[in-house]
Design a protein around this ligand. Sequence first.
Ligand SMILES: C[S@@+](CC[C@H](N)C(=O)[O-])C[C@H]1O[C@@H](n2cnc3c(N)ncnc32)[C@H](O)[C@@H]1O
Length: 236
Amino acid sequence: MKGDGVNVMVADPGPQVEDKDAGATPASALFWDRRYQEGRDGWDLGQPAPPLQDFLGSHPLAPQPPGQVLVPGCGRGHEARLLAELGFAVVGLDFSAEAIAAARQVAAPPGANLRWLQANLFDGQALAAAGLGPASLQGVVEHTCFCAIEPQQRPAYLHIVAELLVPGGWLLGLFWCHGRPAGPPYGSDPGELAGALAEAGLLQALWQPAPYGATGPQQHPRDNEWLGLWHKPPSP
Ligand SMILES: C[S@@+](CC[C@H](N)C(=O)[O-])C[C@H]1O[C@@H](n2cnc3c(N)ncnc32)[C@H](O)[C@@H]1O
C-alpha cells in the first residue's frame, strides 16, 4: 500500500477496538474517556516524553519562548506543563473530558501561562472560539496524538496544524512509528509520515529515530519512535 499517498500510511492497521470499547472507535472521545477511567492508558508515561524533554532542554535547534504553543491530544498534560515551565504560553487540547479533568488536577508550574481546552481538534468553530485561528500559534508539540488519528483523517490533521502556525512557526513531534497490528491504535511509516508533512507544506529541519539520553526510557521503552522538527515557510 506504500506510495498510495498520505491516506494510507500502514497496511490496514485497524483500530483494535476491544470488546470493552463497545463500538466506540478512536475517533470518539468516549473511546478515550473509557480508557482513562479504566486505567487502560499504557501510553501515559507519567512525565513528559524523555526525547522531547531532552530536545527542548538542550538541542541547538530547540524552539525558544516566547510564543503560543498547542499540544493536541495532550492527555494528562505532561508535555503542556513542561512547555509552560520553559516559558511558552501553552494550550493543552484534548477531546476527552477525563483527560482534561486529570490535566487540571495537577498544579501548573508557578507563573505558568497554561490553559486547558476540551475540544475536538477537527472542530474549527471550537478552536476559533478559543482564539485558535489561522496563524495563531508559534508552535505545535505532537506526542502520541497522530497515532490516535484514523489514517484517513491524518492529512486533515496536518493541514490544521500547518494552518494554525504563523509563517516561520514550528512543529516538534515525537511520532510512534510502530507497525504493530495491535496498536496503539494506528501505526505509521517514517518515510510516508515525512512525505505527508511535506505535502502539508512544512519544511523538515530534523527527522531521526528518537535518541534516548539520561532521562529515559528506563521504565517505558518504546520501539520505533521518531523525533522531528518542521517549520512553516516564512511569508514571501
Ligand atoms: C494515545 S493518547 C496520548 C495522550 C498524551 N499525548 C500522552 O502522550 O500521554 C491520545 C490522546 O489524543 C486524544 N485525541 C484523539 N483524537 C482527538 C481529537 N480528534 N481531538 C482531540 N483530542 C484527541 C485522546 O483523547 C487521547 O487523550
